[in-house]
Design a protein around this ligand. Structure first.
Ligand SMILES: Cc1cc2nc3c(=O)[nH]c(=O)nc-3n(C[C@H](O)[C@H](O)[C@H](O)COP(=O)(O)O)c2cc1C
Length: 359
């Protein structure tokens, strides 16, 4: 019977098990948003996961929206990531980087020359940005000119090439959680009147052009995508998410990606509180490997794999707090709980000091 411990091939990436580490922002990058030796240790500790998806990593300077998030757009960042990938590979693991552009979820303090963040439309998000001087209200972003869009697409393609130079096994394009790609996809944040706004076909155009450029840059069998059809995180919504995402997922079939990673429901909330959405329909439309995520434990993950709902499961908080999660699942051992006070602060505390099971 296929289960969490069964091997799996995702495009060109061979996984020894189906426990995927979900992307987790931890805000511990160094000067110049360069990965540090502490990050090397953190990822090395988690190398027994079938596949590590790194924390979201901006593809260009304008793509940053939080302090100390590691980029993948400078030579120093590539060299820093190389240490991470070497360590994970030496420990027997596999690692793909999540490619990110935050769009409007930023602040002038985090932007080059103090400029306004960019977005599909000049619509200010509710809420506050995390800046170097504390929380500050989001500002009204600047709507990207149509002529600027090829530059955004090129940044994703270049970042994917940089990821290959840094030794990654693949990339995951971040198309979810209310960031730039999602801001184009969902109707509440996209009021454009050009070819990138209006109909679902137009709202999906940026994502599909990014995928075309990234797969051309590094080959489709190392490219995955994350979507989160109904999460309201970062003040986003869609008037008809089922229609939008049925269309998007259907279009993905022509790219034959390594995987599609779906964050179901609302991040962090119990399954019974998820907004209604037919994920089985996406499974039926999509021809490739599906990774499901959000709130899974061992039993529900086994069930999702056994039923064919998912090829693999992405675990966020469980892998954050249990570097040896695969072994704990094997032994039926209890899990460490995450230290929620230190998700985004604390250097090694709540980061690289979670205990492993005794050998
Ligand atoms: C501390 C923290 C940071 C996160 N950072 C990211 C991120 O960078 N990119 C992303 O796509 N999701 C991010 N997420 C969402 C997780 O990948 C995942 O979808 C969520 O934790 C639900 O999975 P879980 O129930 O297994 O934890 C983050 C979640 C947490 C708790």
């Amino acid at each position: 019977m296929t289960d969490l411990f069964s091997p799996l091939r995702l495009g060109a990436i061979e996984l020894p098990n189906r426990v995927v580490m979900s992307s987790l922002t931890r805000n511990r990058a160094g000067e110049g948003n360069v990965p540090t030796d502490l990050m090397v240790e953190y990822y090395r500790q988690r190398a027994s996961a079938g596949l590590i998806l790194t924390e979201a990593s901006p593809v260009c300077a304008e793509g940053h929206g939080y302090p100390r998030t590691p980029g993948i757009h400078t030579a120093e960042q590539i060299a820093g990531w190389r240490k991470v990938t070497d360590a994970v590979h030496a420990a027997g693991g596999r690692i793909a980087i999540q490619l990110w552009h935050v769009g409007r979820i930023s602040h002038p303090d985090l932007q080059p020359d103090g400029a306004a963040p960019v977005a599909p439309s000049a619509l200010r998000p509710a809420g506050q940005a995390v800046t170097f001087t504390g929380m500050q209200d989001y500002v009204t972003p600047r709507a990207l000119e149509t002529a600027e869009i090829p530059g955004v697409i090129a940044a994703f393609a270049q970042a994917a090439k940089n990821a290959m130079a840094a030794g990654f096994d693949g990339v995951e394009i971040h198309g979810g959680n209310g960031y730039l790609v999602d801001q184009f996809l969902r109707s509440s944040t996209n009021q454009r009147s050009d070819a990138y706004g209006g109909s679902k076909e137009n709202r999906a155009r940026l994502l599909l052009e990014i995928i075309a450029a990234v797969t051309a840059a590094i080959c489709n069998d190392r490219v995955g995508l994350r979507l989160s059809p109904v999460t309201p995180f970062n003040d986003i919504s869609d008037t008809n998410p089922q229609a939008t995402f049925d269309y998007v997922v259907g279009e993905l079939n022509r790219f034959d990606l390594a995987f599609l990673d779906i964050l179901q429901g609302t991040g962090g909330s119990p399954q019974e509180q998820w907004l209604p959405f037919d994920y089985a329909r996406l499974r039926a439309i999509y021809k490739g490997n599906l990774i499901l995520n959000n709130g899974y434990d061992f039993a529900s993950a086994q069930q999702a794999i056994a039923s064919g709902a998912a090829a693999a499961i992405a675990f966020g908080r469980a892998l954050l707090a249990n570097p040896d999660l695969v072994e704990r699942f094997r032994r039926g051992a209890p899990l460490n709980q995450p230290d929620y006070e230190r998700l985004y602060v604390g250097e090694e505390k709540g980061y690289t000091d979670y205990p492993f099971l005794p050998a």
